[in-house]
Ligand binder design. Structure first.
Ligand code: UDP
Length: 699
């Protein structure tokens, strides 16, 4: 197997536990006949402290920047497996590059899993970000147990497996050395370990003054009240560790708080002590019993009494011997190398064997892309998907959408925002099937007449080029795509109410055409992809929708009228107000979109989503005036060109196929909308484009 590893460091073990981990693992991996290239970022700290020469088990090369890393593209591309480790500088970028290039299995090797997950939760993406996790075929973790399921379920990893630390039993042999201490501890000072050290070593030392104790390691603060029978060793070089353990009747294992919380996180010190056949007294944490048999191979203690009892009792040689046997049977670097090989093979089988789509369905993971997710409907949809437990990547150009709409997900690890215009090629890391999307809701497009008419060419291209970009992504990933089309495809309809079979009456040269014809073309593309079996698509024809998170400067009638009424401005009625619309509350619409996406019966046909209760613009204005108690006057404005006179969806198809119909009546929905707009911060207008009037119908 050709393996490329991008790790924090192989050349220097100064101030990091990674180098020793890689050295042991890769040496054992090479011994199994594999060919390894280790690529290390050349950074001054490690350059100045390299403590190995040219390794004989792998090729070690340095790169100075991501640009320089590209020189190794061929190696990355042609490797059977590429591993990127935690704490690699610019690890997210490195991961994207690897995922883009590699033809073989890609893996992330997390030597710091609890730290990594805590970082992701607080959106610290120093070396890993949520959106690159699903792109790695394999997530190898120093922490096992339930954390692995979490990495798969919450972060969308296709396969998370434990690859614990290990020990070289020849470097940690059993030495025949006179016993110097009854209980020792080897470890740097840390706040979170100190109470346990106090309880399991210092307090027993006080109670057993005739026994001898030792604490080796740096950074213990001045003020600690060490009993006289506790020896302190400030620094113990690694070469001395086996003698130190051998000179201890027992040694203590104390675990960091985050490792205890995650469980299944053995430390390398634990394995080293056991390898030296030194009986270990350990604090308790979940998963420890899956590594060593309690009482037979390790002693668990949670109080000073228990530690005292153990130290006062019979000798412990059998325990140490059993621990060493366990190491030789399960925790050497040779075992880890074999496990690594098996994990890579399993990931390769999953990736190249079963179809991607099938895998996603089987695992029941939803990884959802929402384009236009920062917009009015899109952000409400993102809320719903996050609530349902999906992983959501939201793409939005913020041309009409607003980052504020997504502020509630800022700390949500399952949510990722990407600022991007769908007209442009999607970012590399999203393409080529790297992220295993299951669903794509394609909502990106300016949708209110003043906005989509402000830059009609952009609107048309968003509909056509943008939709093609997303359909291609659906084709590459096997994701189902839902296209948000519009009632505008019916134009100024001659049929009332509009059924999906009605082909519309659209003016292809008018000011609304960039949107109407654009969406018609988008539908055409979607059905062409469907017909040629390139992508699985659903098409929603969305009718007038309203609700919280509309923009005050949206330009559409509900937001205009509500904002005008609330601020006491004149209400603008275009034409005589006798034109009709049917308004659907956003929650109802989101429900309809989700049902349509999931429906297998609604393939191959557009589905109207809207509220069939129709009213005139004049009636809407009167209702809003009554509900707000506003004393605004009404001003008549010219009717915009091509403004449809009547619009009302026939939703029989949605009723029958999706079992869906709107539940929120207009008064209820308006109440929520008015309440939302009543907050002044939601009425701030931020001009999108240079002021441009609506194109007005010729008198
Ligand atoms: N309208 C209005 N006053 C406004 C905004 C819109 O009278 O301040 C009218 C518009 O001419 C249309 C109806 O309200 O007849 C709905 O317009 P909107 O822009 O909300 O959406 P459309 O259905 O035209 O896409």
């Amino acid at each position: 197997m050709k393996l490329v590893v991008l790790g924090l460091s192989l050349s220097s073990s100064w101030g990091n536990g990674h180098a020793t981990t890689y050295r042991a693992l890769l040496k054992a991996f090479a011994a199994r006949g594999h060919d390894i290239l280790f690529l290390e970022r050349d950074v001054p700290w490690y350059r100045g402290s390299r403590d190995i020469g040219e390794p004989d088990y792998c090729r070690l090369e340095f790169y100075g920047s991501i640009e320089e890393l590209r020189h190794w593209s061929d190696k990355i591309r042609n490797a059977d497996a590429v591993i990127v480790g935690s704490y690699v500088p610019e690890g997210v970028e490195v991961g994207r590059l690897v995922q883009r290039l590699a033809r073989g299995v890609t893996a992330f090797y997390d030597i710091d899993t609890p730290v990594t997950l805590a970082k992701l939760e607080r959106r610290d993406f120093e070396y890993l970000s949520p959106e690159v996790v699903p792109g790695y075929d394999l997530y190898l973790s120093f922490t096992g147990g339930p954390t692995l399921r979490r990495i798969e379920r919450e972060f969308g990893s296709p396969m998370a497996r434990a690859l614990y630390c290990s020990v070289d039993p020849d470097a940690y042999p059993v030495l025949d050395v006179p016993k110097a201490w009854d209980l020792s501890y080897l470890g740097t000072y840390s706040d979170d370990r100190q109470p346990t050290l106090e309880k399991l070593l210092i307090e027993p030392a006080r109670r057993l003054p005739r026994l001898r104790f030792c604490v080796a390691g740096p950074q213990y603060p001045e003020g600690i009240d060490w009993p006289d029978n506790v020896e302190r060793i400030e620094h113990l070089p690694p070469s001395e560790h086996p003698r130190f353990y051998a000179a201890s009747r027992y040694t203590l294992n104390v675990t960091r708080a985050d490792m205890i919380a995650a469980g299944w996180s053995p430390s390398v010190r634990l394995f080293e002590a056991a390898s030296c056949a030194t009986p270990v007294i350990s604090d308790e944490w979940p998963g420890l019993d899956s590594l060593f048999a309690p009482e037979r191979e390790i002693v668990l203690a949670s109080s000073a009494d228990e530690a005292v009892a153990r130290l006062s009792s019979r000798d412990s040689a059998a325990l140490g011997k059993a621990a060493r046997e366990r190491i030789l049977a399960a925790h050497t670097s040779a075992h880890r190398a074999r496990e690594l090989e098996q994990h890579i093979q399993e990931a390769a089988a999953a990736r190249f064997g079963a179809g991607q789509k099938e895998r996603n369905v089987k695992r029941n993971e939803e990884i959802v892309l929402v384009t236009g997710g920062a917009g009015f409907i899109g952000s409400n949809l993102c809320d719903r998907l996050i609530d349902e437990g999906a992983r959501v990547i939201c793409v939005d150009s913020l041309q009409t959408g607003r980052a504020d709409n997504l502020a509630q997900h800022e700390r949500e690890p399952r949510f990722e925002f990407v600022e991007h215009d769908v007209i442009d090629k999607l970012p590399q890391w999203l393409r080529g099937g790297r992220v295993k999307f299951t669903h794509i809701y394609h909502l990106a497009c300016a949708a209110s007449p003043p906005h989509y008419q402000a830059d009609p060419e952009h609107t048309m291209l968003t509909c056509v080029v943008g939709t093609r970009n997303l359909l291609t992504l659906a084709e590459e990933t096997g994701a189902r795509l839902l296209l948000s089309s519009t009632s505008e495809v019916y134009g100024d309809p001659e049929v009332h109410p509009q059924t999906e079979d009605y082909r519309g009456w659209v003016n292809c040269t008018g000011p609304r055409a960039c949107y109407d014809e654009g969406k018609r073309a988008a539908e055409t593309l979607a059905f062409d992809f469907l017909r040629s079996r390139r992508a699985d698509v659903r098409v929603a024809r969305i009718f007038n929708t309203y609700g919280p998170r509309m923009r005050c400067d949206d330009g559409r009638v509900v937001s205009n009228v509500v904002c005008q009424a609330l601020s006491g401005e004149d209400i603008t009625v275009y034409g005589d107000g006798s034109q009709t619309r049917s308004f659907c509350y956003v929650d109802d619409l989101v429900e309809g979109l989700c049902r349509l996406m999931r429906s297998d019966r609604a393939a191959g046909m557009p589905v109207n989503l809207g509220n069939p209760s129709e009213l005139t613009v004049r009636d809407l204005v009167n209702l809003v005036l009554a509900m707000t108690g506003s004393s605004s006057g009404i001003v008549r404005m010219p009717l915009p060109e091509d403004d449809p006179r009547r619009r009302k969806p026939d939703i029989s198809r949605a009723r029958e196929l999706l079992g869906w119909q709107p539940e929120v009546d207009l008064r209820q929905g308006l109440k929520a909308t008015i309440r939302w707009f009543a907050k002044a911060e939601n009425r701030i207008e931020r001009p999108l484009y240079a002021e441009q009037p609506l194109v007005v119908a010729a008198e």
